[in-house]
Design a protein around this ligand. Structure first.
Ligand SMILES: Nc1ncnc2c1ncn2[C@@H]1O[C@H](COP(=O)(O)OP(=O)(O)OP(=O)(O)O)[C@@H](O)[C@H]1O
Length: 382
C-alpha cells in the first residue's frame, strides 16, 4: 500500500517536473525570439503575466509595453523556433499558444462524425473537429492555389450534404475549368446542372434567380423571415469553380463577355439577398484578387476557407490576413468566420465518393427528372 502510494506520487511529480521543464524551455525560447526579431518598444520587451495549462496546449500571456501591437511575423517565426504549432493572438495582452502535437497531414473523411442538417466538417483543428453550419452562415469563399486541396474540399462538402439530406439538397455547379472536375456527378439526382461554359453558366444562374424570386414571394406570403422559419425543405448550393473565369477578359468573345457579366451580376444578387432564403454560394477561386472577390461577395461570404496561396497579398484578399501563403500541406487550410482555425480538411478519394453516391445516380435525364421533386423550371445541362 505504502509502496504503491510512493509510486503514484513519484509518477505525479515526474509529470509535473516535465511540464515545468517544457514551459520553462518554451518561455526562454519565446523571450529570445522577441529579442532577436526586435519585438519590443524602445528596448522594453513583453513580460510574462501568466501560463495557462490545457490538455492540448500551454498558453503564455504577456503584458506588452504601450505602443507595441500584433506583428504578422511573430507566429511563423515562433512556430519554426519552437518546432511546434503556435497560435498568436492579441487582445490587449499578447497570447502565445503552443500546442503539444502537430496536426497529421491526412484525416480520412470517414472519421468525421456527421452533425446532420446543413452542417459539414471543415476539418481537424488542434482543439478538435471544426464544423460549418450553412444555415447560420450561408455563403463561403474557398480559395487556394492549384493542387492544394480546393476541389477535394468542395467535393467532400457535396458528398456530406447529399449524405445528410439526399432528398433536400440541390446543386448547381459552374465548373468553369471545362466541366472536368464535376462532370462525373452530373447524373446524381441532387445535381441539377453542371455548367461547363459561359452560356450554360448564365442559363443556370438565371434559373436560380427565378427560383429565388418564387421562394421569396412564398416566404413573404406566409410572413416568414427565412427558409428555416418558413420550413422550406430544400437548400440549394451554387458551386462556382473557378470564379476567376467569370471576370470578363479582352480575350473573350463579345457574347461570352455578356454571359460572364450576367453571371457576375446574378452571383452578387445571390450573395446579397438569397442566403436566408435557402440559397448558398460556394465561391471557389485560385486567384483571390480584389476584382474577383469583389466587395459584395466578400461582405456577404462571411465564411472563408483558404488553402495554400502564393502570396500574403492573396491571403489578405481571401481571409483579411496573411498566413495562407505559409500553409505546409495539401488539405491544410485556414477556416475563418469570426474566429479563425487552422484545420486539416477531411480527405476523400474519388472512389470513396463514388461508393457513397452511386445509389443516387439516375441513368438518363428522363429518369432523373422524374426522380427529383418535380419543378417546372429544372433544366439539365452537361
Ligand atoms: N484534405 C486533404 N488531405 C490530404 N491531402 C489532400 C487533401 N486534399 C487534397 N489533398 C491532396 O492534394 C491533391 C490535390 O487536391 P485538389 O485536386 O483538391 O487540388 P486543387 O487545389 O483543387 O487543384 P486544382 O485547382 O488543380 O483542381 C490531391 O490529389 C491529394 O493528394
Amino acid at each position: 500500500m505504502i509502496v504503491e502510494s510512493i509510486g503514484i506520487s513519484l509518477c505525479i511529480s515526474g509529470l509535473l517536473f516535465s511540464a515545468v521543464r517544457k514551459t520553462t524551455l518554451d518561455q526562454q525560447k519565446i523571450q529570445h525570439t522577441f529579442k532577436n526579431i526586435d519585438y519590443d518598444a524602445k528596448g522594453y520587451a513583453p513580460t510574462l503575466l501568466k501560463t495557462i495549462k490545457k490538455d492540448s496546449y500551454f498558453e503564455y500571456v504577456y503584458n506588452v509595453p504601450y505602443g507595441l501591437i500584433d506583428d504578422d511575423k511573430l507566429q511563423p517565426v515562433l512556430q519554426k523556433t519552437l518546432d511546434k504549432p503556435v497560435h498568436v493572438y492579441f487582445d490587449g495582452k499578447l497570447h502565445v499558444r503552443v500546442y503539444h502535437k502537430k496536426l497529421k497531414d491526412r484525416y480520412n473523411y470517414d472519421m468525421f462524425e456527421s452533425l446532420g442538417g446543413w452542417t459539414i466538417p471543415v476539418g481537424m483543428a488542434q482543439e478538435g473537429v471544426v464544423y460549418h453550419d450553412f444555415d447560420t452562415i450561408p455563403h463561403m469563399v474557398v480559395a487556394g492555389s492549384t493542387t492544394w486541396g480546393k476541389t477535394v474540399f468542395m467535393k467532400m462538402l457535396m458528398t456530406h450534404l447529399i449524405e445528410n439530406n439526399p432528398d433536400g439538397v440541390e446543386f448547381y455547379i459552374l465548373d468553369l475549368k471545362g466541366g472536368l472536375a464535376f462532370h462525373r456527378y452530373r447524373n446524381l439526382k441532387q445535381v441539377k446542372v453542371v455548367a461547363g461554359d459561359y452560356k450554360e453558366s448564365a442559363k443556370a444562374l438565371k434559373m436560380v434567380k427565378r427560383d429565388i424570386k418564387k421562394d421569396m414571394d412564398y416566404l413573404k406570403s406566409i410572413d416568414a423571415e427565412n427558409a428555416k422559419e418558413g420550413n422550406l425543405p430544400t437548400r440549394k448550393f451554387i458551386i462556382i469553380d473557378e470564379a476567376g473565369e467569370l471576370k470578363p477578359e479582352k480575350s473573350m468573345s463579345d457574347t461570352d463577355k455578356e454571359y460572364a457579366k450576367d453571371c457576375q451580376s446574378i452571383m452578387n444578387h445571390i450573395a446579397r439577398v438569397a442566403g436566408q432564403v435557402g440559397y448558398k454560394m460556394i465561391f471557389g477561386t485560385q486567384y483571390p484578387t480584389k476584382e474577383i472577390l469583389d466587395s459584395q461577395i466578400k461582405a456577404n461570404a462571411v465564411a472563408r476557407v483558404a488553402f495554400r496561396l502564393v502570396t500574403s497579398v492573396q491571403s489578405g484578399v481571401a481571409i483579411d490576413q496573411s498566413g495562407a501563403e505559409t500553409l505546409e500541406y495539401p488539405g491544410r487550410a485556414i477556416y475563418k468566420t469570426v474566429k479563425e482555425h487552422i484545420v486539416q480538411t477531411p480527405f476523400i478519394t474519388k472512389f470513396e465518393m463514388q461508393e457513397k453516391l452511386r445509389r443516387y445516380e439516375v441513368n438518363d435525364d428522363t429518369t432523373r427528372e422524374e426522380s427529383t421533386t418535380p419543378r417546372t423550371d429544372t433544366i439539365t445541362i452537361g
